[in-house]
Design a protein around this ligand. Structure first.
Ligand code: KG4
Ligand code: ZN
Length: 342
């Protein structure tokens, strides 16, 4: 059995073919980073138009690499929540078109559950129940994951997502988009203790929420001085940029690690799964490993290729296929986050 999985929730156009035994026959990701770079972040209208141009070539290439023809497909799965409405619609319409033309079932994928399922794919074994930390450009959320399809929200950012903060601070420092990899690179020669940036909400031992907006403002004021608009990044020395990047990164990592293990404590679960673009961060991965080892917690961080958006994590469709969860052709997109699934 072959499932075509499609992913167009944000700015990556991706497709994969997965078998019922979770084998990945092919996976293609067309990144739009180059299109959004000059704006310092994802522009929704540009993203949806680029998906329209790329979705058919990406599917064609995926089938070619898998050595399959459309008639060899048994189902099509598509991420329909959460994400940018216009981007989600492109994947959904493509998926429905295949289903109608081939008379095969349609499967809905929750993109946040899929980010955690990337850990399941890499582990090659069950990882549930677990605490799931999803950290991306659009989300920073902690879930109690009883099973791959049964998630309950424990906490989330009350303002910016972690990846969004990386992207905005990179722009303040004159570094390119996407900001996460750029800040990671810039931080290498920097001192993470150079600037005492705030760690919002870490003092609160009950709440499992995050806040990165004040941190972003603190970086801005450090660069420009209170009440002033941006200082041109050219005025910063390379060492200042490195120190600012390292200090900012350390503050984000402190908050993420702190709340992730607080969630482990509060739920009594002994497994932590981490996915999403920011999970690619080397400093974060190192700190998570250290803390998990120290506490005896089983840790699964998505492999680098499966952190940022891809269609392999759409393999969660296998779980829905087995559970007989198929969709009608009037399936819609749901841009917002669902607090409880299952
Ligand atoms: O999961 P993803 O591809 O898209 C969303 O669903 O949002 O995540 C993209 C985000 C961007 O904000 C990017 O800056 C961040 O992930 N990112 C990183 C790293 N690589 C990507 N953040 C920190 N460190 C990295 N190495
Ligand atoms: Zn994502």
């Amino acid at each position: 059995m072959n499932i075509l999985t499609l992913e167009t929730t944000c700015d990556e156009t991706a497709a994969a073919v997965i078998t019922e035994r979770r084998e990945v026959l092919a996976s293609v990701v067309a990144s739009q980073d180059a299109l959004h770079r000059r704006f310092g972040g994802v522009v929704p209208e540009i993203a949806s138009r680029a998906h329209v141009e790329r979705i058919v070539p990406v599917i064609d290439e995926t089938l070619r690499r898998a050595g399959l023809r459309p008639g060899d497909l048994d189902a099509v799965a598509v991420a329909n929540t959460p994400g940018l409405a216009g981007s989600l619609l492109v994947g959904l319409v493509a998926a429905k078109t295949f289903c109608v033309a081939l008379d095969i079932p349609l499967i809905a994928v929750n993109h946040l559950q899929a980010h955690i399922y990337a850990c399941r794919m890499a582990a090659g074994a069950d990882v549930f129940p677990c605490v799931g930390l999803i950290i991306s450009g659009g989300h920073t959320s902690l879930y109690r994951c009883e099973g791959p399809l049964d998630f309950t929200l424990l906490g989330a950012t009350i303002d910016d997502a972690a990846g969004e903060a990386f992207d905005k601070v990179a722009s303040l420092l004159g570094l390119p988009y996407p900001g996460g990899p750029a800040i990671q690179r810039a931080s290498q020669g920097g001192n993470p203790k150079a600037y005492p940036f705030p760690r919002a909400l870490v003092h609160d031992r009950q709440r499992l929420d995050f806040s990165f907006s004040g941190l972003k403002t603190a970086v801005r004021y450090t660069i420009a001085g209170p009440g002033r608009r941006d200082l041109p990044p050219a005025d910063l020395t390379p060492q200042q940029i490195a120190d600012l990047a390292a200090s900012f990164q350390e503050a984000v990592v402190d908050c993420l690690v702190d709340k992730a293990f607080l969630a482990v404590e509060q739920t009594g679960m002994n497994t932590l799964c981490v996915g999403g673009g920011v999970a690619a961060n080397a400093r974060l991965r190192g700190r998570l490993e250290h803390e998990a080892h120290h506490r005896g917690v089983a840790l699964h961080v998505a492999p680098l290729a499966l952190c940022t958006d891809n269609a392999v994590m759409g393999a969660i469709a296998v779980e829905r296929f087995r559970a007989g969860c198929f969709e009608e052709l009037d399936l819609d997109v749901y841009p917002g986050v669902v607090r409880k699934t299952g």
